[in-house]
Design a protein around this ligand. Structure first.
Ligand code: ADP
Ligand code: MG
Length: 740
């Protein structure tokens, strides 16, 4: 993703409060475990363009400048103004390497109006020769007042011919990435544009109605504006050319969604009538639940139940904050499917989460006679074969697992419902292959109309769950093709989590708090920092912290109860069985303090834990922090979350921590996250559709979004071939992603 050029300004934030210490670049008070960079496997060789996600000529043409440099005019040296970038053409009158240890190249230049000094702190030895006395240079840079008149530090310059013409257009500056030069990008984009067939596919009437320019002149203005174009309108993207690009982008997205919706209307699924008799599984589950459903849960259950009764596949997102009680809603969907004689598959992104689901669902359903099978990556051959056979024969009515559920070998006798937890963690391809499982007729297929009998393939109903609430505008734009059910309120009896922010320098105080709580018989999570892209480093970090906390807690326990028996370590590289053991030990309070990498992020449910410490909180995203914090505050006891950061904090990190401190509401935080980061990051790279939204801003372009939706409907009806061309141009190879 290119950096988003426009971010809402983040006001400087001061965190106040007695116990909260904020920045002043304080060195961490402890010695950090030594980190050595691990040798990384060499990445696939990619072209610079591919690294920016640019493949086709259109991709290049739609890679738009962040801003522009006006190199169309020369400024006389005497007319330079401090802080105003300008282009100067002047002759070298002096070039020397000065300074002691830190060398400095000084180049003094002169035009008819005066002298200017160029200063280079980084330079190649041959530059002094290149910029020799008498050479004519064309220089672009930002002047500042020096001791002896104007100077420029590290200007861009080249030796100019006396008759070298001035460019007629502004020079674009594109979003780039490390190692990709503007010169390279300008060339690549210019040549892609030269090859482009910029045929106008949209009807003139539509463009006129929306007051939008045609595509060829749009691209021309955006890549190479003349000096007359008001720069401010390009910068704030209000220029009609920008409106056109944003409109086109939203139109493509709306077209893709309309198509997906139309396609789905032609798909069939098995209708699964809700059984409400006293012998139905659904009724019996409701009777054994230790709590009553909240009104929100009831409403979601009803919406899902109605979908399942229909002959078209459900495509529904169940969203609810962490701890809002989505699992039981999913279980009630499963019982409806099972009551109707179908199988249900439930897929979760991690072993830990899947095994929690397994435990909870098996606790509820197994006593009611439901056969549950368990499929995961690391599993003995025998266990696995048995689970596969039970899924294929239909003997298991509920199959729970990780990605293992969607592997090729897995066959279902009659899969009626697929549930995906933490759906944003799965790729679209994975969701697609889960859906494809419905049409297969394995051994023992009783349902008529499967592929085998030549009748239309039926898809399973799909229920996706997410604890990352999506703001309404985003949901509309991205999931126009998805129905959404929301659990807006937590079950009663939860106490809000008190959140506080600490500098790393106060680590000792935080550890003291941990000791205090553990001594009082409470349970604590300690989450270790993320180290970018390196599980090995994550692990080393976690191990160091584990040792540190063991040492800190030793000697506190009852006689015979050493710290070793009370502090546990959980990380992604542990074998699944060991992970499960540690989790089980923590769940039954044999372990009091759990040091973990982010493997505990999703779904872990230990109501007795009341303190969550997150180290290097500044490295986590807002929703991730919220998810982590959601591990506590699940019981009636007051809970707290301590966020440790190491200074200095970036503005954005500070805003995140403050938002988290000030709100416990996932929807509020999601909205804040959207403001802080932009939607692409909010939904994650995997959230397909949004990769396409590079230009439009759902915060501010809602009018365009509405217009694009109307135009999409109109175009599909009246000019389907233009619609296809438009989609191809904008989304190319990404089309099936949008349909998923
Ligand atoms: P999440 O939405 O994060 O998946 P869970 O389904 O794990 O949340 O539910 C969190 C906790 O709340 C669980 O311990 C669950 O048993 C409990 N719970 C769910 N619904 C209710 C309810 N209506 N009343 C009380 N507790 C509930
Ligand atoms: Mg959950």
């Amino acid at each position: 993703m290119p950096p988003r050029p426009r971010r809402p300004a983040v006001a400087a934030v001061t965190l106040t409060g007695a116990s909260e210490v904020v920045p002043a670049a304080s060195p961490a008070s402890r010695s950090k475990p030594k980190r050595q960079p691990q040798p990384k496997p060499k990445p696939e060789p990619t072209s610079p363009g591919e690294r920016l996600g640019l493949r086709s000529d259109w991709d290049h043409a739609l890679h738009l400048p962040l801003h522009y440099i006006d190199e169309t005019r020369l400024t006389a040296v005497a007319a330079l103004r401090e802080g105003h970038a300008a282009v100067v053409q002047a002759r070298v009158v002096l070039a020397e390497v000065a300074g002691g240890v830190r060398k400095l190249l000084r180049v003094q230049v002169e035009d008819a109006s005066g002298q200017l000094e160029l200063r280079f702190f980084h330079f190649y030895a041959n530059w002094a020769r290149q910029y020799a006395v008498g050479k004519l240079l064309r220089i672009r840079g930002e002047p500042r007042a020096g001791l002896f008149g104007m100077e420029m530090v590290h200007p861009t310059c080249h030796v100019a011919r006396a008759d070298e013409p001035m460019p007629e257009r502004l020079t674009p500056v594109y979003p780039a990435a490390a190692g990709i030069s503007q010169a390279w990008l300008r060339k690549a984009i210019a040549s892609a544009r030269a090859r482009l067939d910029a045929h106008e596919w949209l009807p003139a009437a539509l463009l006129a109605q929306q007051q939008l320019p045609d595509i060829a002149s749009t691209l021309d203005v955006l890549h190479a504006p003349t000096p007359e174009v008001p720069l401010a309108t390009l910068q704030d993207r209000s220029h009609p050319a920008w409106q056109r690009v944003k409109f086109d982008e939203l139109l493509a997205q709306q077209l893709a969604q309309q198509q997906a919706r139309a396609r789905r209307a032609t798909q069939r699924a098995w209708p699964m009538a809700a059984q409400r008799g006293s012998q139905s599984l659904t009724r019996r589950l409701l009777q054994v639940l230790p709590f009553a459903l909240t009104p929100d849960q009831q409403a979601c259950v009803a919406e899902i139940a109605a979908d399942l009764e229909r002959e078209h596949p459900m495509h529904r997102l169940l969203q609810g904050d962490v701890g809002s009680g989505k699992t039981v809603v999913a279980a009630l969907a499963a019982t409806q499917a099972i009551d109707a004689g179908f199988q249900c598959a439930l897929m979760a992104p991690t072993d830990i989460l899947a095994s929690q689901h397994l435990r909870k669902l098996a606790d509820w359903l197994a006593p009611l006679g439901v056969q549950v099978a368990w499929l995961r990556g690391a599993q003995s051959r025998r266990e696995r074969d048995a689970a596969l056979a039970a899924a294929a024969s239909g003997a298991s009515q509920l199959v729970v697992g990780t990605h293992a559920v969607i592997q090729d070998k897995v066959r279902f006798a009659r899969l009626g419902l697929a549930i995906v937890d933490e759906q944003h963690r799965f790729g679209v391809a994975q969701r697609l292959s889960l859906r494809a499982k419905g049409g297969e007729g394995g051994e023992g297929t009783q349902a008529p109309g499967t592929a085998r009998t030549g009748q239309p393939v039926r898809e399973p109903h799909l229920l996706m769950m997410s604890a990352t609430p999506i703001p309404r505008t985003l949901a509309m734009a991205v999931f126009g093709d998805l129905d959404v059910s929301t659990i807006a309120h937590l079950p009663p009896g939860r106490s809000p989590v008190q959140t506080r922010v600490f500098s790393d320098a106060r680590r000792d105080a935080v550890i003291a708090r941990v000791r205090e709580l553990v001594a009082a018989g409470r349970q604590v999570y300690w989450v270790c920092p993320l180290v970018e892209d390196s599980e090995v480093l994550d692990l080393r970090n976690a191990e160091a912290t584990y040792a540190e906390l063991q040492a800190a807690l030793s000697g506190d326990g009852a006689p015979g109860e050493g710290a070793h028996s009370r502090v546990g370590l959980l990380h992604g590289r542990m074998p699944a069985a060991q992970k499960a053991q540690v989790m089980a030990d923590f769940a039954c309070a044999r372990l009091r303090l759990l040091v973990a990498t982010t493997v505990i992020e999703v779904g872990v449910d230990v109501p007795a834990a009341t303190l969550m410490v997150i180290e290097h909180a500044e490295r986590f995203g807002l929703s991730q922090l919220h998810q982590l914090r959601g591990r506590v505050g699940r019981g009636a006891e007051a809970s707290e979350c301590l966020l440790l950061f190491s200074a200095p904090l970036s503005e954005l990190a500070r805003a995140r921590l403050q938002a988290l401190r000030d709100s416990g509401d996932g929807f509020v935080l999601a909205q804040r996250d959207l403001e802080l980061r932009g939607p692409g990051e909010l939904l994650g790279q995997r959230q397909s559709g949004l990769q396409a939204l590079r230009h439009a801003d759902l915060q501010t372009d809602t009018d365009l979004l509405d217009a694009a939706r109307e135009a999409a409907i109109w175009l599909l009806r009246h000019d389907p071939s233009a619609a296809q061309q438009h989609l191809q141009r904008w989304l190319g190879g990404r089309l099936d992603w949008l349909a998923a």
